[in-house]
Design a binder for this molecule. Structure first.
Ligand code: FRU
Length: 322
């Protein structure tokens, strides 16, 4: 090879390497063998932030895994577009925690039809064609809250009081299940009255505050608030506090994040909260089983636990917060 041909060849090889490099890196995934795409509904709620953290922490234990997390910005249309995008990228596993059931069903089926294994997390969709569902048992959580409420209000057969129930998102199964489980206990008590028609709070603290402020103006006697999550229960507590009535009312919430619900229980602001663990870590573990060809269960139910004054400090200590 003369000098000129050598230089030409070298230049061509360098150019090819420059052009090919991103593809090669991508093909080799920079050492990544699997790509998981997770479509998260939002990152504005603390429980969602924790959920993403749990997922990333587990994913970081597996250098062969690349994890892409998208943020649906709390909008169905945005989340649908996110999932479309992940399908186009050809992820090996799609994980989705939907804003609401109906609006995310179509695109979930699209992923299934594209041959992508789908793991549905926390809130469900209106099909069971996915590979797996992982989440808490919201009926069981509702029952635990209902039983607790009845006890607080005088015990089975004797319970008396006015209840404000603050719904989460009405288009989601967890809200309906949390209501139904609660009703199984509270509905049996003739002395208990539920004051409000269902109002959608979209799981948000400010909405919990607003609905409670209106209820406080309308009703002189409120004995217990059942919030479908801790943020709405805490919003209601703040509304009652602003009205000078927080001492007359017991507040129950759900989620039990250490730095939120559990802390509010420890401070005596909420009476109890019921654990709703995030499915982040389990989602990664199950996804890895799927890509390795292992068989997985259709449904994984995560455990719950009641946290009240008797154990809140212990939970805070376990989490390095007390
Ligand atoms: C967060 C959240 C949680 C709740 C869950 C129900 O978006 O509202 O507080 O437990 O979703 O799906």
């Amino acid at each position: 090879m003369n000098r000129r041909t050598f230089i030409q060849t070298a230049v061509a090889a360098t150019a090819a390497a420059t052009v090919l490099k991103p593809f090669l890196m991508r093909a080799q995934g920079q050492g990544k063998k699997y790509r998981f795409g997770f479509s998260q509904v939002t990152v504005v709620e603390p429980w969602r932030v924790q959920f993403n953290k749990d997922m990333k922490k587990e994913a970081d234990k597996h250098p062969e895994l690349e994890l892409i997390i998208t943020d649906g910005q709390d909008k169905t249309e945005k989340q649908v577009a996110d999932v479309e995008n992940l399908i186009q990228q050809g992820v090996d596993v799609l994980l989705i925690s939907p804003k609401e059931s109906a609006g995310l069903t179509g695109v979930t089926l699209k992923a299934v039809d594209a041959g992508i294994p789908v793991i549905v997390l926390d809130r469900n969709v209106n099909t069971d064609k996915y590979t797996q569902f992982i989440g808490g048992d919201n009926v069981a959580i509702g029952r635990a809250a209902g039983e607790y409420a009845v006890k607080l209000l005088g015990g089975p057969g004797n319970a008396k009081g006015n209840i404000v129930e603050l719904w989460g998102g009405m288009g989601t199964q967890p809200a309906h299940d949390r209501h139904d489980g609660f009703e199984e206990f509270v509905g049996k008590e003739p002395g208990i009255k539920s004051l409000l028609k269902p109002i959608d709070t979209d799981w948000k603290q400010p909405k919990g505050y607003d609905v409670m402020s209106t209820a406080l103006k309308e009703f002189d006697k409120i004995d217990l608030v059942y919030g479908h999550n801790d943020p709405v229960a805490y919003g209601a507590y703040l509304a009652a506090k602003d009205a000078g009535r927080e001492k007359e009312i017991k507040f129950l919430g759900i989620d039990a994040l250490p730095n939120e619900g559990v802390t509010w229980v420890a401070k005596g602001q909420l009476t109890a909260t019921f654990l709703y663990p995030t499915p982040g870590a389990e989602g990664i573990r199950q996804g890895l089983k799927i890509v390795k060809g292992e068989k997985v269960e259709k449904k994984i139910v995560l455990p719950t636990k009641t946290i009240d004054a008797s154990n809140a400090n212990e939970v805070l200590k376990e989490n390095g917060l007390a």
